[in-house]
Design a protein around this ligand. Structure first.
Ligand code: ATP
Ligand code: MG
Length: 251
């Protein structure tokens, strides 16, 4: 369980189907992806293309129907629920579109929570939470409750919470989806800094090319298949050209 791998996420031929009674709906069709340590990957694709489904598999919140998934060198398919929870806690920090902070707890308590769950003593957890808050520039807000913060500040608290256990990987599903443009830029700069300066590997889902432009690498999904996987700038250029051609075709 303590293996460290240069490849944090390695999925091969992953499929996913949902069942409603006897009716099967296949959502992912043989996805291959290897994410090396230090990568910064944006995932784009139309609504329903399978982005969140894939992120849930990466996060061990859901399991693939077939294929293989190595997380930090560990074969997740062979793990029990308890073992999955352990590797998830050690390896992944989650950031959500709606921040998911607990309203009746202070900012510092929110950030400390993953450590408390992991059995770290309260004093030590609180000290680490304050350090992470300082790193995202919110040390002065530690005693407030989340509703006394702006959306961007709340998302930075969520980032501090994701990082408090020192995971090598952050998974973020539309982290700027509820934020205005300027605040989204601030959050993306924060992610970029984490990637550049602390070598944190980041995988994020977004609908917006401007947001994906902060990533090094882009994966585009279409109907549960990989349409593009490569440098972000080249992928975004192709995306823009595609839109242009659609406009011309419909003119
Ligand atoms: N629990 C579920 N049961 C049945 N079908 C599901 C379930 N979760 C997702 N789906 C279906 O799987 C497909 C992919 O959904 P997913 O949430 O991965 O899309 P997405 O790319 O994240 O879309 P969005 O951009 O709207 O968030 C959709 O057609 C959706 O209806
Ligand atoms: Mg989604």
């Amino acid at each position: 369980m303590t293996t460290a791998s240069d490849t944090l996420i390695d999925i091969r031929q992953v499929t996913k189907s949902y069942y409603s009674g006897n009716v099967e709906t296949q959502v992912l069709f043989g996805i291959d992806l290897a994410v090396p340590r230090g990568d910064f990957l944006a995932v784009m694709g139309q609504s329903g293309s399978g982005k969140s489904t894939l992120m849930n598999i990466f996060g061990c919140l859901d399991q693939a129907s077939s294929g293989s998934y190595l997380l930090n060198g560990v074969d997740t398919l062979s793990l029990s629920r308890a073992e999955l929870a352990t590797i998830r806690n050690r390896t992944i920090g989650f950031v959500f579109q709606s921040f998911n902070l607990i309203k009746r707890m202070s900012v510092a308590e929110n950030v400390a929570l993953p450590l408390i769950y992991a059995g770290v003593a309260r004093g030590k957890a609180h000290a680490k939470a304050l350090l992470e808050l300082e790193r995202v520039g919110l040390a002065d807000f530690a005693r407030r409750t989340p509703n006394q913060l702006s959306g961007g500040q709340q998302q930075r608290v969520a980032i501090a919470r994701a990082l408090v256990g020192d995971p090598p990987l952050i998974l973020a599903d539309e982290p700027t989806g509820n934020l205005d443009t300027q605040t989204s830029i601030d959050i993306m700069r924060a992610f970029q800094q984490l990637n550049d300066e602390r070598g944190i590997t980041i995988l994020l889902v977004t609908h917006e090319p401007d947001i994906a432009a902060y990533a090094k690498r882009l994966m585009r999904l279409k109907d549960g298949r990989v349409l593009y996987d490569g440098p972000a700038m080249e992928g975004l250029r192709q995306l823009a050209l595609g839109h242009e051609q659609q406009l011309l075709a419909s003119a």
